[in-house]
Design a protein. Sequence first.
Length: 178
Amino acid sequence: MAELHILGQLHGASEFKTRSSLFCRYSFQSGPNWTVISGCSEGQTVSAKPDHENKVAWTQPLDIHYITKGIQGWPKLVLQVSCLDSLNRSWIVGYSCCSLPAVPGYHTIKVPCWAPAATNLSDRVKQYFLGGSHQLLETDLINLGLDRYKLHTESKGIIFLQIDTILRNLCQFGIEYK
């Protein structure tokens, strides 16, 4: 069987327009041909406040090992960034998804985040004074994107990943890598 091993870290985030603490929930999603043999397929970072440059450092380790019978459904990393204010209220401030690198070696990845936009004035006023944001009821929109074109969204920030990809026995499927 072919193998994929991902080692690295969810390094941090920047450009989120909040002074409150941020944390990130993550999950690895893959097709039916893929089986996790070690590692955690989901988790959450610590909560951290932005620094003077509006950057947040999480350094959350990532380590997952897959085996596969075919390359269809290549794994993706689904991310949800949440805000934690001084009253211990939390809400999601950004969604994102990225395909894991299919090339062996070290990769630095910038993942842009988005969130549903407030579409009318009363929603914008409520978000400004009370906090919170619109949230997705169906999180499959993040990685599948079937009906995402129907959403009004806005850019939120960037998540930084540092990943080492290790591939083994993929030549069985006609994939050559150098």
